[in-house]
Design a protein around this ligand. Structure first.
Ligand SMILES: [Zn+2]
Length: 102
């Protein structure tokens, strides 16, 4: 039988008593749509750009190709799930109250 624990508070999650929540976070680069009608230039320009990009990638062959994309998966207990939903990026509360009051 699989045992789960909360990835935030490390508390074991007993599926008989606790509700386990799965958080999946996908991080990937937002690539501009090359076919966007607002962009100038025709298809051959686009192909040239693609060719350049491919050549650049080949030059960097010794590096691990990493476009920054990540998929992360976390198990959360119910209490931590509530906190996560309220503040998914963990931004410190009260920061907005720092402004001077004059
Ligand atoms: Zn937790």
């Amino acid at each position: 039988m699989l045992h789960y624990s909360c990835d935030v508070c490390k508390r074991p999650i007993d599926p008989r008593n606790d509700l386990r929540h799965v958080v999946k976070i996908e991080v990937f680069p937002a690539v501009e749509d090359p076919a966007c009608p607002a962009c100038d230039g025709d298809a051959s320009d686009h192909l040239d750009a693609m060719q350049e990009m491919l050549e650049r990638i080949e030059e960097e062959d010794d590096l691990t190709l990493d476009d920054g994309a990540r998929t992360m998966r976390f198990d959360l207990c119910d209490a931590c799930r509530q906190g996560f939903v309220r503040n998914p990026l963990g931004i410190k509360a009260g920061k907005r109250l720092d402004f001077s009051n004059n």
